[in-house]
Ligand binder design. Structure first.
Ligand SMILES: [Zn+2]
Length: 106
């Protein structure tokens, strides 16, 4: 079974061939209150902060959304997932490792 990748321009749900791609922007009131103009950062999996000034220095795994223009189905993908740092203390990220793949996808 192969699932269609919405990033290639076809909706996996209804088959429509027009997909709206967009960068997810984090405009939450909390972020705005905390960071002012920097509130308009692209939403990401995790961020690097300057501990002293509590400013965002970098973002890892920026999130892009893909929306079917016909049925509205939405899927999100993080960019460059291999570069997202894994560190529960510093980045609040951790890995969940499933069992080794079996079958034809090994
Ligand atoms: Zn659709």
């Amino acid at each position: 079974m192969t699932m269609l990748d919405i990033r290639e321009g076809v909706c996996p749900l209804c088959g429509h061939n027009k997909i709206i791609a967009s960068a997810a922007i984090d405009m939450s009131p909390k972020r705005h209150a905390q960071y002012g103009r920097q509130a308009h950062l692209a939403e990401a999996v995790t961020y690097e902060f300057d501990a002293k000034d509590d400013v965002v220095l970098d973002a890892f795994g920026r999130i892009f959304r893909y929306t079917c223009q016909s049925c509205g189905f939405v899927q999100s993908f993080a960019s460059q997932p291999q570069e997202i740092p894994i560190d529960k203390e510093k980045y609040f990220t951790w890995l969940i490792e499933g069992p080794a793949p079996v079958g034809p996808y090994r």
